[in-house]
Design a protein around this ligand. Structure first.
Ligand code: IPE
Ligand code: IPE
Ligand code: MG
Length: 245
C-alpha cells in the first residue's frame, strides 16, 4: 500500500451551505453562517495535523449571479468574519492571503482584506488562502496579460515564455500546487477553482454538506489521499522503485 505522506497544500470547495439550510427550512444565508463555523474548525484541525497550506473557495466570480439578497448577506458575512476571525488566526500563527479580483468588492471590504494580509504577513506556522471573487480562468487570463505587458515593454522575449514564467503571474506564485482538492456537497466538478494549479492534484469528493464538515471528515480525506499513488505520467513501478531508492 503506498503512503503518499501528508498533503502539504489542501484546496477545498466548500459547497452545500444553501442545501444544508434549506433542509432545515432556514435561509441560505444562515447556511453560509454555519459554513463559516465549519471553516473555523477545519482550519484549526488542519493546522493541528500539519497541513501547512489551506486554500478555500469562498466566493467564485460566478457567484455574483446569485439573488442580490444572498450576495449582499455574503458580503456582510465576509465583513464580520474579517473583523472577528483575524485576531485568532494571527494568534495561532496563520498567514492569511486572499486570491481573486478584489477590485470587485466595496472599498471597506478591500480595506479589511488588506489589513488582514498585512497583520498576518509575517506568520509562518500555516497559511490560509481565501479565494474570493476568484475564477480559474480569470487567474490564467491575468497571468497572460502580465506576460503580454512584459513583452510590450521589451522586457521579455515570447520565446522565453515557459510554464515557470507563466505560473509566476498566477495567484499563489510562491506556493506549491495543491496536493489534495476536496469538494463537499456531492457535486463532482471544479466550478472554475484552481484550474492551472490542480493539473496533478488528487481529487476527493464528499457528499457531506459543508456546514457538517469537521476534523474527522478532513482526516478521512487525508487518509484517502495517503493511499493514492501519484504517478505524474510515470509507471507505478517507476514510482515505487524511486520511493525505495
Ligand atoms: C457554497 O455553498 C458557498 C458559496 C458558494 C458561497 P452553496 O451556497 O453553493 O450551497 P448549495 O450548493 O446551494 O447547497
Ligand atoms: C463553487 O460552488 C464556489 C464556492 C464554493 C465558493 P458553487 O455552488 O458556486 O458551484 P456550482 O454553481 O454548483 O458549480
Ligand atoms: Mg453550491
Amino acid at each position: 500500500m503506498p503512503d503518499t505522506g501528508m498533503p502539504e497544500h489542501v484546496a477545498i470547495v466548500m459547497d452545500g451551505n444553501g442545501r444544508w439550510a434549506e433542509q432545515r427550512r432556514r435561509s441560505r444565508s444562515w447556511g453560509h453562517q454555519a459554513g463559516l463555523k465549519a471553516l473555523r474548525r477545519t482550519a484549526r484541525h488542519g493546522t493541528e495535523i500539519g497541513i501547512r497550506i489551506l486554500t478555500v473557495f469562498a466566493f467564485s466570480s460566478e457567484n455574483w449571479n446569485r439573488p442580490a439578497i444572498e450576495v449582499s448577506r455574503l458580503m456582510d458575512l465576509f465583513m464580520s468574519a474579517l473583523e472577528k476571525e483575524v485576531k485568532g488566526l494571527h494568534e495561532n500563527g496563520v498567514k492569511v492571503r486572499f486570491i481573486g479580483d478584489l477590485s470587485g468588492f466595496k472599498p471597506e471590504l478591500q480595506d479589511r482584506i488588506l489589513a488582514a494580509q498585512e497583520l498576518t504577513a509575517g506568520n509562518t506556522r500555516s497559511q490560509l488562502n481565501v479565494a474570493a471573487n476568484y475564477g480559474g480562468r480569470w487567474d490564467i487570463v491575468n497571468a497572460a496579460r502580465t506576460l503580454a505587458e512584459q513583452v510590450r515593454a521589451g522586457e521579455l522575449d515570447p520565446a522565453d515564455i515557459d510554464e515557470g514564467r507563466f505560473s509566476a503571474g498566477l495567484a499563489l506564485p510562491d506556493t506549491p500546487d495543491p496536493d489534495l482538492f476536496i469538494r463537499t456537497g456531492g457535486e463532482m466538478r471544479i466550478s472554475n477553482f484552481l484550474l492551472w494549479q490542480s493539473a496533478y492534484t488528487e481529487f476527493y469528493f464528499s457528499d457531506v454538506l459543508w456546514p457538517d464538515f469537521d476534523g474527522d471528515e478532513l482526516d478521512r480525506a487525508v487518509e484517502a489521499y495517503r493511499r493514492r499513488e501519484r504517478r505524474y505520467g510515470m509507471t507505478g513501478k517507476q514510482v515505487r522503485d524511486r520511493a525505495h531508492a
